[in-house]
Design a protein around this ligand. Structure first.
Ligand code: ADP
Ligand code: ASP
Ligand code: MG
Length: 408
């Protein structure tokens, strides 16, 4: 008898019909003799609407109250899912984040799970009940509701699976696995049967939103196998294989490049004419960090006459705040700030890169052949990222996908 955590994302519980379809899968999983905990997202579009309400009240709203508002979407789905299961003769009960409890730190809006008390869940599973848990939410030590950042239900699911030492965490979504690129923009993308935690972690952190980055981190740490699969159709996780996210040594055929990720909605800021002296980078980035602005892809130009330029990217939603922080910072001397609001980051990821030269050159040549200008480059052992004009995202992803021979 296996313990399985099954998570259904927003589109998979978008309406009552889909909740019923998801419940049907859980019934089959139970009939197959498995103990099942279900983690649900808010119905598709609900979280966006709730976030919109908060912003409408005030863009500077209290982040604790933001969590109170946005966590509510998952509560609705959890109750509906329990009802749909009960209708099918299954003993099921929903357990909200604070009832379990799923304890998080107090970084509201982006909280991290610190501990999950499994006593109640285990008791219920042992008694043959299905436990339904709303994703995305937890409770802080101050007894306030917290949320885990957008896409956080994936992390809730893997965290519950890790705490229960589950045999598998099935992530049911609107695609039938992890692809070599986002299938919505690269129609020739290929489904991967397996991918290592390490590569999936890079893809997720570089924009492949099929799994939230922290869920992969948690999978890697705990060793829980994560299976990404489609919620549409008749099959269930126990009999139909999606993509298995697993340890590197379990992957027999190692590809040179396993995938292309893209991240739109980035902005590039160049601070022109800062003094090229020790401590200037610290001075520049400290106030941005204090304002919780995520800075990425930093480059410093060569120095001329003791002055240099610093370029970096921020999520577009943080651009105005970042500009304000820099303008208000009286300790930093610079001549000007230049902004390119619409840039995208395109990344090529693959463990095979560790031992093969020429991967970067293929990327640069492919983009050059398409007339796409590279604004910033950054690399790590298993990835190369470039910054380009956002309008070229689709063209860049498709061309690179073909250039690395990833097509079907
Ligand atoms: P859910 O609501 O189920 O959590 P998400 O919208 O968060 O679903 O994630 C699924 C989406 O991730 C897909 O619809 C797809 O467009 C996108 N995606 C991005 N990169 C990839 C990839 N490499 N493989 C599969 N899907 C991807
Ligand atoms: N509902 C939340 C979101 O839309 C969490 C999730 O679905 O993973 O970000
Ligand atoms: Mg998601």
């Amino acid at each position: 008898m296996a313990v399985i955590v099954a998570k259904f994302g927003g589109t998979s519980v978008a309406d009552i019909e889909r909740i019923e379809n998801a419940a049907g899968k859980i019934v089959k999983e139970v009939e197959a003799g498995n103990k099942v905990a279900v983690v649900v997202s808010a119905m598709s579009g609900v979280t966006n609407r709730l976030v919109g309400y908060c912003t409408e009240i005030s863009p500077m709203h209290d982040v604790r109250e933001y969590d109170t508002v946005v966590s509510s979407g998952e509560q609705i789905t959890a109750g509906l899912m329990a009802m749909a299961l009960q209708k099918r003769g299954i003993t099921a009960r929903s357990w909200l984040g604070w009832q379990i409890p799923i304890k998080t730190n107090n970084v509201h809006g982006k909280a991290r799970i610190e501990d999950i008390d499994t006593a109640e869940i285990n008791k219920r599973l042992e008694a043959g009940e299905v436990v339904v848990v709303p994703g995305f939410q937890g409770v802080t030590a101050q007894n306030r509701i917290s949320t885990l950042g957008r896409g956080g239900s994936d992390t809730s699911a893997v965290a519950v699976a890790a705490a229960l030492e589950a045999d598998r965490c099935d992530i049911y979504t609107d695609v039938d696995g992890v692809y070599t690129a986002d299938p919505r923009i690269a129609p020739k993308a290929r489904k991967l049967n397996k991918i290592s935690y390490e590569e999936m972690l890079e893809l997720a952190s570089l924009g492949s939103k099929v799994l939230q980055t922290r869920s992969v981190e948690m999978g890697a740490k705990s060793g829980v196998p994560i299976q990404v699969l489609s919620s549409f159709g008749e099959f269930i996780g126990s009999d139909r294989k999606g993509t298995l996210v697993t340890k590197e040594e379990d992957i027999v055929e190692q590809e040179l490049v396993s995938g292309i990720a893209h991240q739109k909605d980035e902005s590039k800021i160049t601070v022109i004419g800062v003094e090229d002296v020790p401590g200037v980078a610290a001075k520049l980035f400290k106030p941005l960090a204090a304002a919780a602005i995520n800075v990425d892809m930093i480059v410093q130009n060569i120095s001329q006459d003791g002055l240099t330029d610093m370029t970096f990217t921020v999520p577009r939603t943080d651009l105005e705040r970042a500009k304000k922080v820099l303008k208000d910072d009286v300790t930093l001397n610079y001549q000007d700030i230049a902004v390119n609001e619409n840039v995208a980051k395109i990344s090529v990821v693959g463990i095979g890169m560790k031992s093969h030269a020429g991967v970067a050159n293929t990327m640069f040549q492919t983009l050059a052949d398409k007339g796409i200008n590279i604004e910033v480059i950054s690399t790590s052992e298993i990835k190369i990222s470039v910054l380009i004009e956002e309008d070229y995202t689709e063209l860049a992803v498709r061309s690179l996908h073909a250039a690395y021979g990833l097509e079907d």
